[in-house]
Design a protein around this ligand. Structure first.
Ligand code: ADP
Ligand code: MG
Length: 553
């Protein structure tokens, strides 16, 4: 190999050239290239004639997950090879946005007669590329308390083979296993055998063996893992284990959120998988809000994505039967449910997040609320009819509440001490009145209640556009009864791009809150947490800012 120091090319990179070499392309030995490595790019210039303007390309190392140096199988061949793996953002034909696609660049290193010397040269390049490849060098400078997974990292990768269309394992084999190998990420594949398998596994696991727990499924499997971690005696340490998400299910809300936080545009399911795989290889770890949820039976669980009641919860559950269509099941379910739109009766109250105490955002100006201390927060006091200033749960009048395990006295008491996981400081026991600084929503007739703590409810539902992983906020949405089918459909269509928030729909309210309480009054209904059905009845929630760790963009 011809080795010398080259002048930096101002057109392609302002950083100096660290390595320079001349190789042939692995696939086409007739094409000779001059290859320069800078801090930012791998610059490949064809020395053999090529169409003008296309003879030189700068491959950004930001898009590189790793590389490999190896000898040819053929012992008579003294050459070594250098393969560099990129996943650049490219625009595909007919596709509106850019998405990541694999691009391997492979070079034949054969300047010397000695095979060992060629391999050493290729390995030197591989080390240099790896040092500069897609690895965020330092945590975020704005104090977001990020870290980067150490290398080599050991991941437990849990796959639910039943999730989505039942293709999670195929998707793993086709996309994720090769990508993790290219990135040099060692992982152990665990295929779940049944519901709660993952939960039991992480509850007992020796977590010191793992740098990260990665879930390839829908949101349901991560729900298991998070609750398993928080059921451990050492929950405080356990919940700091970084968690990664790869979309393999039909409800991939967190994966879509992680992709969205990376600044990328809406993509198809398989493109979303490649994007999340790429972010996993980068290994940037952020804090993630978790929400503690108290059910009427006294059970407490933890949620990372959403809580829903009414329309959204019904669609989620009813659309299970359309899971063979993948993420489109929610669209089908929404249309079916719209045809039989119903009203859900209940009482809702919330504790506003400090920065949003009085000012709910777009679309909420007509909201009529009454503070528990009796101060109307409506801009139109004439609309305030006398309402009870507090509400607490009516477990006894609600059949579905007499669930298993409910003790007669104080079953909903704050979990501090009694259960693993952090104590809740904002929630009184579920059967006790709320403090004076809570807002009680005046209406009792709703079409839906949706609490979001990450941006996406599903792949194409940007429900909380300004949510960030650790903003410490529950983005509470509710839609009052009286909305027409057409207006509701319009809201859901607008949600694809997050435009429902600014749509000024007078039936929809969006409030940023720290805690909430919902008491359903309709005798039948569904409440979902992260897409999983939970006990129906009074329920309350409190956000724990940045309690979890998420591998994100
Ligand atoms: P999807 O988005 O396709 O619904 P989820 O990850 O949400 O995928 O999983 C759906 C449900 O399957 C969850 O309740 C999860 O706990 C459960 N589950 C996990 N592993 C298995 C398995 N091996 N067999 C059946 N169900 C499982
Ligand atoms: Mg949040």
């Amino acid at each position: 190999m011809d080795q010398r120091t080259a002048e930096p090319d101002r057109n392609y990179s302002i950083s100096p050239v660290s390595l320079y070499g001349e190789f042939t392309l692995t696939g086409n030995p007739k094409v000779r290239c001059a290859v320069s490595l800078t801090e930012r790019d791998l610059i490949v210039q064809r020395l053999t004639s090529a169409p003008a303007g296309r003879s030189k390309v700068a491959l950004s190392l930001k898009d590189c997950v790793g590389c490999r140096a190896y000898r040819a199988d053929d012992n008579a061949d003294p050459a070594a090879y250098l393969a560099v793996y990129f996943y650049p953002l490219t625009r595909r034909w007919m596709s509106p946005g850019r998405s990541r696609h694999r691009a391997e660049h492979s070079f034949r290193v054969a300047a010397l007669q000695d095979p060992r010397a060629n391999l050493e040269e290729a390995e030197k390049w591989a080390r240099a590329v790896r040092e500069r490849a897609a690895r965020p060098q330092s945590p975020r400078s704005d104090g977001g308390a990020l870290s980067v997974l150490s290398r080599p990292s050991r991941m437990m990768l849990l796959v639910n083979p039943q999730s989505g269309k039942g293709q999670a394992l195929t998707l793993y084999n086709n996309h994720i296993q090769p990508m993790l190998n290219e990135a040099g990420v060692t992982h152990t594949l665990v295929i779940t055998e049944r519901q709660n398998h993952a939960r039991e596994l992480v509850k007992e696991a020796d977590l010191s063996q793992w740098d990260a727990l990665v879930i390839m499924s829908g949101d349901g499997l991560l729900f298991e893992v998070i609750n398993g971690l928080l059921e451990r005696a050492d929950w405080e340490e356990a919940i700091r284990t970084p968690m990664g998400i790869l979309p393999g299910g039909s409800g991939n809300g967190l994966a879509a959120s992680v992709h969205h936080y990376s600044g990328a545009s809406l993509v198809s399911t398989e493109e979303l998988l490649v994007s999340c795989g790429f972010l996993l290889c980068q290994g940037l770890v952020a804090h993630m809000d978790l929400v503690s949820i108290h059910l009427c039976s006294g059970l407490r669980l933890f949620s990372f994505l959403s809580m829903a009641w009414g329309f959204v919860a019904d669609v989620d559950i009813e659309s299970e039967k359309y899971r063979h269509v993948g993420a489109a099941r929610f669209t089908v379910g929404t249309l079916v449910r719209l045809a039989s739109l119903r009203v859900y009766r209940g009482r809702l109250a919330y504790l506003p997040a400090p920065e949003d105490d009085h000012s709910e955002v777009e679309g909420s100006r007509n909201d009529v609320t009454l503070r528990c201390n009796g101060q109307a927060s409506s801009p139109d006091p004439s609309r305030d009819s006398p309402r009870p200033k507090t509400f607490h749960n009516s477990c006894h009048s609600n059949n579905s509440c007499k669930a298993r395990g409910r003790r007669e006295s104080a079953p909903c008491r704050s979990a501090s001490g009694a259960l693993a996981g952090p104590p809740d400081s904002l929630l009184p026991p579920l059967d006790q009145p709320l403090p004076g600084d809570w807002v009680v929503v005046q209406e009792e007739d709703f079409v839906l209640m949706l609490a979001m703590y990450q941006s996406h409810l599903a792949e194409d539902l940007l429900a909380a556009p300004d949510a960030t992983p650790d903003d410490g906020v529950i983005h509470l949405f509710y839609v009052r009864a009286g909305i027409s089918r057409a207006a509701l459909l319009k809201l859901f269509l607008a949600m694809e791009k997050g435009a429902h928030v600014g749509a000024n729909c007078r039936h929809m309210v969006h409030a940023k809150v720290r805690a909430l309480r919902l008491e359903p009054l309709s005798p039948k209904g569904v409440i979902t947490v992260d897409g999983e059905v939970v006990e129906y009845g009074p329920v309350q929630a409190e956000v724990h800012r940045g309690l979890g760790r998420l591998i994100t963009g």
